[in-house]
Design a protein around this ligand. Structure first.
Ligand code: CMP
Length: 134
């Protein structure tokens, strides 16, 4: 069993897509083992996206993530990291295939609805950041 972190970003919450997004993970047999909604601090989001600091889109990304409520989930299942990323679709909305979350709903490079950890190490780090209570 593997665990990964997913975030439903503020555009996903504003567009009432929380249920639709979670349904897609559950349909694949993945379990939501923790879930919470929060308005994240700038500090948390900057730490989460530390690898993107200095990139041209970094400031817009931080403004966007702190612009409203975010739903954070720990998702568990066999090969959860890979499965979730396939369900989410490519980062860029114009590369994301129909049938994926971004392929079906995203239409902006920054506002792409969801985030998912990209490897085991990132999952461990990101789960620790968003669920520090353990
Ligand atoms: P995510 O998968 O959470 O990882 C980094 C985020 O930065 C990405 O989703 C997008 O929200 C954003 N992002 C990545 N590339 C770009 C880009 N070229 N222009 C604007 N935003 C981007």
């Amino acid at each position: 069993m593997e665990r990964t972190l997913i975030l439903i970003k503020p555009d996903g919450v504003r567009r009432n897509l929380i249920g639709e997004i979670i349904r897609r993970y559950e349909m694949k047999g993945l379990k939501i083992v923790s879930i919470k909604s929060m308005h994240p601090s700038r500090e948390l989001v900057e730490e989460h996206y530390a690898e993107h600091r200095g990139k041209p889109f970094f400031n817009d990304l931080i403004e966007y993530l702190t612009s409203g409520m975010v739903v954070a989930c720990i998702v568990e299942g066999s090969n959860a990291i890979k499965c979730v990323r396939l369900i989410n679709g490519a980062t860029k909305y114009y590369d994301a295939l129909p049938g994926t979350i971004r392929g079906d709903f995203a239409c902006d490079e920054t506002q792409n609805l969801v985030h998912a950890s990209d490897c085991e190490e990132a999952a461990k780090r990101e789960i620790g950041l968003w669920f520090p209570e353990g």
